[in-house]
Write a protein that binds this ligand. Structure first.
Ligand SMILES: [Zn+2]
Length: 332
C-alpha cells in the first residue's frame, strides 16, 4: 500500500478521497441550477431544499446502480444551486462521492457587477477572485468547513470579455496555489481554443484543465484546434445526450476518430458527462429535458454507441475513470 500522505487526493464534500478511489466519475452535472436574479422571484418561489434533496437521492441511486462512483457539481458561486451542506448529506446517504465547485460563470450568465465595480475602483480583481477561490478550496465554503474541489470559469459566445479574462487569470493563480483542476463553460462551439491559449499564457497546468461543452459542436476540427492549442489539455463532452440519438451517434464516431489520430493519445484527453439539471429553483421551467440527457446515459447507451464506433473498453475506462483521476491528482 502506498503512503496515504503522499497519495494525491481530490477534495470531496465529505473530505479528501484518494484519486485512485474516485472510480467512474461524471465530471459535470448539477443538483439544481438557475441564473442570478432568480431570487427576485423567491417570495413566490423560494429555494426548495427538500425537493432538491429528494430528486438528488433518486438520480444518485440510479447512477450508482450503473457503476458511477463520483459526481462533480459544477454550479459556480454566482448562480443558484451550490449547496455544500446538502451535497454532504446526499453523498453520505447515497454512497456516491460528490465534488463541488468554486468559481464564476461567464459574464452574460453570471453576476459580474460586484467585481466589475471593484475593478472600476482600481482593485486587482484577478488577485481578489483568486483569494476567494483559494479560501474555498483550502478552508471551506462560507462557514461550512466543506471545501470546493474544482475551479469553474466560462466565456461568452465568440469573445472572452475583459472581465472573463480576469476570472480565467484568477483560476490559474488559484490552481498554482492549490493544484485544483479547472473546468470551463463555453457558449456554442466557440472560444475553446482561445481559452486553452489564455490558460497557457497564465501558467495553468494543461494536464489539469478541461475545456467544456464539446457537445455544442458539429465539427471535429473544433476539437482538434483545442487539443493543439495547448498540448496536454482535456476536452469535455459534458452534454452527452443533448439533441437526438443521431447526434449522440455522431459524437461517438467523432470521439472514435479523435482517438484514432496517428501519433496522439487523445483517449487520455477526453472526459464525459451530461450537464444534467434536474431542478431549476424559481418558477417551473418551460424547458424540456432531452430523453437521453439523464446521468445514466454515458454508462449505458452512450457507452454502447462508443463501442459500436470502435472505442475499446480500456479507452472507455480511461475517459471515465483514468482521466478524471489525473485531472484531480493535484500538484505533482
Ligand atoms: Zn453546467
Amino acid at each position: 500500500m502506498r503512503d496515504p500522505i503522499l497519495q494525491p487526493a481530490a477534495r470531496t464534500v465529505t473530505g479528501p478521497v484518494a484519486v485512485d478511489q474516485l472510480g467512474f466519475t461524471l465530471v459535470h452535472e448539477h443538483f439544481a441550477f438557475n441564473y442570478p436574479g432568480w431570487y427576485a422571484d423567491a417570495t413566490l418561489y423560494p429555494y426548495d431544499r427538500t425537493k432538491v434533496r429528494e430528486i438528488g437521492l433518486r438520480w444518485l441511486g440510479d447512477i450508482r446502480a450503473v457503476g458511477v462512483r463520483t459526481v462533480v457539481d459544477q454550479t459556480p458561486n454566482d448562480c443558484v444551486g451550490r449547496d455544500p451542506e446538502l451535497f454532504r448529506e446526499l453523498s453520505e446517504e447515497s454512497g456516491v462521492n460528490i465534488i463541488c465547485a468554486t468559481g464564476l460563470y461567464f459574464e452574460g450568465g453570471g453576476a459580474p457587477q460586484y467585481w466589475k465595480s471593484r475593478q472600476g475602483g482600481g482593485c486587482d480583481i484577478a488577485t481578489e477572485i483568486a483569494e476567494m477561490m483559494i479560501a474555498e478550496l483550502t478552508s471551506g465554503i462560507g462557514r461550512t468547513g466543506i471545501c470546493a474541489g474544482v475551479i469553474k470559469v466560462g466565456t461568452s459566445r465568440g469573445t472572452i470579455t475583459p472581465y472573463e479574462r480576469q476570472v480565467l487569470k484568477a483560476a490559474c493563480l488559484a490552481q498554482r496555489e492549490t493544484g485544483a483542476p479547472i473546468f470551463t463553460h463555453t457558449e456554442g462551439p466557440t472560444m475553446g481554443p482561445e481559452q486553452a491559449t489564455v490558460f497557457a499564457e497564465f501558467g495553468a497546468d494543461p494536464d489539469r484543465v478541461a475545456i467544456g461543452h464539446m457537445n455544442n459542436a458539429d465539427r471535429i476540427d473544433y476539437f482538434l484546434a483545442i487539443l493543439e492549442a495547448a498540448p496536454g489539455i482535456t476536452i469535455s463532452f459534458d452534454r452527452t445526450g443533448v439533441r437526438s440519438r443521431e447526434y449522440s451517434a455522431w459524437t461517438a464516431q467523432a470521439i472514435a476518430q479523435l482517438i484514432a489520430t496517428p501519433g496522439k493519445d487523445y483517449a487520455s484527453r477526453i472526459v464525459l458527462s451530461h450537464d444534467f439539471v434536474p431542478h431549476m429553483p424559481g418558477r417551473p421551467s418551460q424547458h424540456t429535458q432531452e430523453p437521453d440527457r439523464y446521468p445514466t446515459f454515458v454508462a449505458t447507451g452512450f457507452r454502447e454507441l462508443l463501442l459500436a464506433a470502435g472505442v475499446t473498453e480500456a479507452q472507455f475506462r480511461q475517459m471515465t475513470v483514468g482521466n478524471p483521476a489525473r485531472l484531480y491528482a493535484g500538484r505533482r
